[in-house]
Unconditional design. Sequence first.
Length: 113
Amino acid sequence: QVQLVESGGGLVQAGGSLRLSCVAAGFTFRINTMGWYRQAPGNQRELVALITSGATTTYRDSVKGRFTISRDNAKNSVYLQMNSLKPEDTAVYYCNAYELGYWGQGTQVTVSS
């Protein structure tokens, strides 16, 4: 059974940091590209960052230099370190197995001004 379980969301002041974690099960994690997406109320879900099996990373422009995606294949986990958070980063953040189309349940990130 495929599972993606996110954690680490919460309420933080602007300028603060959070680290999201996602633990995967039920598929061969190490060979899959993993991603973090987010969806704010009234908006479409958008890609935040991707990391390939070879650890190549891609970021949306608005988070470059502030967010870092990483993975630990031994722990079947992918992470999103978010620094210098802004109110516009407020959203539900979802972990995604990119090629397989699997999604986690999401974790809420709220950044207060």
